[in-house]
Design a binder for this molecule. Sequence first.
Ligand code: ITT
Length: 190
Amino acid sequence: MNKYIFASSNQNKLLEISTQLLDIRLLSLLDVGYYDEIIESGSTLRENALIKSKTIYDKYSIPTIADDTGLEVYQLDGRPGVFSARYSGEKANATDNIKKVLDEMQGITDRRARFKTVICLKSKSQEIFFEGIVEGCISNESSGDGGFGYDPIFIPNGCQKTFGEMSLDEKNKISHRSRAIQKVVDYLNI
Ligand code: ITT
């Protein structure tokens, strides 16, 4: 079985993608003993996905997958976008970030938003990018304790509930991340 490292410290992402990557041996950063923080200094999701995958590939020489994801709200000019992790400050947690988005959206009726994931697959010979998007809208209030991050305020189009109110399987059927990972699966033919 071919080995790949998933260059993320987010265990929820690992949980989500491992249901789709069944025919490879997926190693986490903990598995390889990497505990440092990777500074995401890029100005785009693509740059950050490359920074994460390259940092780990350069250290271990094992093909590496990295995911950078952002919530893009149309009426906020695409924010929080690439700043999603630290939207309400350097030490922000998901509750703080959600509060900031809901505060900024007060009184705004056009609540369209989307999640975008960019995945970089870095190996010796190449860096390849895969993108997954899900369109939806920002709910009026936070709802559900499933998922992570902004899931409790994002209602995908065609659904009546937030990602936070969905099971892992329900989210995975339609999510930005599963769409990007499906492209990786197709590319690797696994
Ligand atoms: P790694 O960089 O270590 O992979 P991270 O959680 O920092 O983990 P990102 O930089 O990609 O990952 O995430 C940016 C922010 O977007 C962060 O606050 C996440 O909680 C949030 N986020 C990412 N994917 C999400 C998803 O599927 N649903 C809800 N929020 C998500």
